[in-house]
Design a protein around this ligand. Structure first.
Ligand code: SF4
Length: 230
């Protein structure tokens, strides 16, 4: 059985990926004591895999004190949790952090997975999505993680607007790099830049659909004027 804990603490160091609303929000930064209390309160009995996701990166010490990560391994081992999944941007996996995670994994006999949203194995699309890294950075991250026996869980976005088959190419690219590949349908979050593009497209298509129907048009026109800029 697995469980995901979503911890709202601080703000993503980047916050500019165009589909993501998490990165736009700044939450009060949780202290070590608050993080411990939150974890003890919410993690259920009998969990074998615990996934820790935050409003940014678990390994960003501006969001999550590393003291908590160290405590988390001890907590997981006492609960007989076998796998920890920690989501992070590649820039926060320094050589030193990777070594510390390797030592903690050994000490507590826990397999560590680093989760990362690669989205697409394509520099052009990474640029369009405004991701804070490119494939070269991702590959450095992969090599560092592997060197320290850390496994990788990599997320890809399905349905990124592109006129070529980036998804098949991305899955192929990850076959010798990721231990797990997760496909997620692209749906822009509230507060993200992409939701406004999506709404604009939806508005135009809806308008095309109702523009010849005066009755429908009169019902919706005032709403659009007030809310969507007509
Ligand atoms: S996708 Fe990740 S890196 Fe990008 S803004 Fe959101 S939380 Fe930050």
């Amino acid at each position: 059985m697995e469980q995901t804990l979503i911890i709202k603490s601080g703000k993503c160091a980047w916050g500019k990926c165009i589909f993501c609303g998490w990165g736009k929000k700044e939450y009060p930064k949780k202290t070590f004591e608050e993080l411990k209390e939150f974890t003890e309160k919410h993690v259920k009995d009998g969990i074998k895999r615990l996934k820790i996701y935050v409003s940014g990166s678990v390994l960003d010490e501006n969001q999550i004190p590393f003291e908590y990560i160290k405590w988390l391994y001890k907590f997981a081992s006492e609960r007989n949790i076998k796998e920890l999944v920690l989501e992070t941007l590649p820039q926060f996996l320094s050589e030193e952090k990777a070594k510390e995670l390797e030592n903690l994994s050994k000490q507590y006999n826990i397999t560590t997975y680093l989760a990362i949203g690669l989205e697409a194995a394509d520099d052009e699309l990474l640029k369009k999505l405004n991701k804070p890294f490119r494939l070269k950075d991702f590959e450095e991250f992969v090599n560092r993680a592997k060197k320290h026996n850390l496994k990788l869980r990599v997320y890809l976005l399905v349905n990124i607007p592109a006129n070529y088959d980036y998804l098949e190419k991305s899955v192929d690219y990850l076959k010798d790099k990721a231990d797990e590949i997760v496909l997620i349908n692209l749906y822009p979050h509230k507060d993200s830049a992409m939701i406004y593009l999506w709404l604009q497209c939806f508005r135009n298509r809806l308008y095309d659909y109702i523009k010849d129907n005066r009755e429908l048009l009169s019902k919706f026109a005032s709403y659009y004027e007030a809310n969507m800029g007509y």
